[in-house]
Design a protein around this ligand. Structure first.
Ligand code: ADP
Length: 228
């Protein structure tokens, strides 16, 4: 079986029509393999979030091909896209979006419950992820009682709850100080390599990007490899 998790071919996205149209992606190609952590570094407005939304099946491109685990997504129904998002993709945002009324452990268990697993199975996975992320001692705390770095580690663990093939992280350390960012990145990296998932992390932090397996950028709507 191929090691390629995600493949984008000639992906194009624009917003608006006619004279005022903004052409964000103009033929983007990208492949992500199992166990590969790819940093996406590009200036604001270059199209990072657009690219992640398309990879995460949150947005349909105007043109081009997005395949996940060898399956083309172009002809999937909305329902099929939702199921693929739920089972194959985990998303982490700059702001954690954890549910305030629930503990860290419950927040992490939630996606697995929604996917139809038993409470026992969801709790087991939650505990394992709390361990991998180094926050087992914070399991019973609610988000407001956690530091920014802990909140983001819970958000990453939640994204990994259903053992997704692909984790998409949109500036997950954008709000954190450098030392905390390092810890969060290290935890994410460990998770990706242990679970043989693939990951795209959009970041402005060059020190973190250099620790990724590969760095790519978006220049004039095209994805190219980059060195910093
Ligand atoms: P980045 O994440 O690199 O900052 P984005 O992908 O958010 O870039 O945005 C790329 C460009 O596309 C920007 O000019 C932005 O204003 C525009 N854009 C993004 N989403 C939309 C949308 N839904 N409607 C119109 N314009 C959009």
């Amino acid at each position: 079986m191929s090691d390629i998790l995600l493949e984008l071919k000639d992906v194009r996205q624009s917003y608006g029509d006619g004279e005022g149209a903004v052409h964000v992606l103009k033929g983007a190609d990208l492949s992500i393999s199992k166990g590969e952590l790819v940093a996406l570094v590009a200036p604001s407005g270059a199209g990072k979030s657009t690219l992640l939304h398309i990879c995460g099946l949150l947005e349909r491109p105007r043109d081009g091909e997005v395949s996940i685990l060898g399956q083309s997504t172009a002809n999937l129904s909305d329902r099929q896209r939702t199921l693929m998002r739920r089972h194959a993709i985990g998303y982490v945002y700059q702001f954690h979006h954890l549910l305030p009324e629930f503990s860290a452990a419950e927040n992490i268990a939630m996606p697995r419950l929604i996917a139809g697993r038993s409470i026992r199975e969801a709790n087991e996975r939650s505990r394992a992820l709390l361990d991998i992320m180094g926050i087992a001692h914070r399991a019973e705390h609610r988000p407001a009682e956690l530091s920014g770095g802990e909140q983001q580690r819970v958000a990453i663990a939640r994204a990994a709850a259903n053992t997704p093939s692909l984790i998409l992280a949109d500036e997950p350390t954008g709000n954190l100080d450098p030392a905390t960012s390092d810890k969060v990145f290290a935890a994410l990296s460990q998770l990706i390599h242990e679970q043989k998932a693939g990951c795209i992390i959009a970041t402005h932090n060059h020190d973190l990007a250099r620790k990724a397996d590969r760095i790519v950028t978006i220049a004039d709507g095209i994805i190219t490899s980059a060195t910093l």
